[in-house]
Design a binder for this molecule. Structure first.
Ligand code: TYD
Length: 229
């Protein structure tokens, strides 16, 4: 009798050998960078190998591109399309050198911003057609999309007020309407992909935000039981 090969797909060995890829997204000042170490600590306390990283940056090329992208120097003339390509170039290197190797060895990757930021900022903010932005992300990442995206949502004015002491070009040169489009885009991505997106109210205190984000990790528990909490 022939071995029923198809059964293999139902066995535990068919669960992903790779680690989960989780991103944090949100408008400026939403508190992602403060949340990231706390969330990493929660996961490390469960014995997980956690890699924290951020965009733009995290590779030698990415850090150089970051300094061009965030520079407020007025002689650097930016267009949304040039920005989109620079973010994408940094992302390609980041995926190849950091994210894919980490998940391949089974680590959990927590990344501060990723492709969804390009779609929200360059797509909705700078009004580059979303289909073009999505195709660019597909090209840049080789089709690697997060298993879970935690969206820290808050009103634009609240976020920008929180960042008043740390001004990059994105806060300095973009008007309120730009940032409103960015926030609305994130909320619409979350509405269209409810299985991937978990939205957290970022106006709450940091402990409540951490609790809500940690609870959201439980969504991946079917594939990665250690994320059950
Ligand atoms: P950063 O100082 O890292 O801000 P934050 O803490 O809010 O992440 O600056 C990153 C800025 O770059 C931020 O305003 C969002 C913007 N950005 C894009 O416009 N497109 C992108 O693809 C990414 C990753 C970031």
């Amino acid at each position: 009798m022939r071995t029923p090969y198809t059964r293999a797909v139902d066995t535990p060995s068919s669960l992903p050998a790779r680690g989960p890829f989780i991103t944090l997204e949100g408008p400026d000042g939403s508190g992602k960078s403060s949340l990231l170490p706390g969330l990493a600590a929660v996961l490390r306390a469960r014995g997980l190998d956690v890699v924290t990283t951020r965009e733009p940056g995290s590779t030698p090329l990415g850090e150089r591109i970051r300094s061009i992208l965030l520079d407020t120097e007025p002689r650097i003339d930016h267009t949304g399309r040039a920005d989109a390509l620079l973010f994408a170039a940094a992302r390609t290197q980041h995926v190849d050198e950091v994210i894919r190797p980490a998940i391949a060895r089974g680590a959990t990757v927590l990344c501060d911003r990723y492709a969804d930021s390009s779609m929200a900022y360059q797509g909705a903010g700078s009004q580059i057609p979303m289909a073009e932005m999505r195709a660019l992300q597909q090209f840049a990442t080789g089709g690697l999309w997060p298993d879970l995206t935690i969206l820290l949502d808050l009103p634009v004015e609240v976020g920008l007020a929180r960042k008043s002491d740390e001004v990059t070009r994105f806060e300095a040169h973009h008007d309120l309407a730009y940032h409103e489009r960015v926030r609305a885009a994130f909320l619409s991505f979350a509405a269209h992909e409810p299985a991937r997106y978990a939205t957290v109210d970022a106006t709450r205190n940091p402990d409540s935000v951490l609790d809500a984000a940690a609870a959201a990790l439980g969504r991946l528990a079917d594939r990665w039981p250690a994320l059950r909490g």
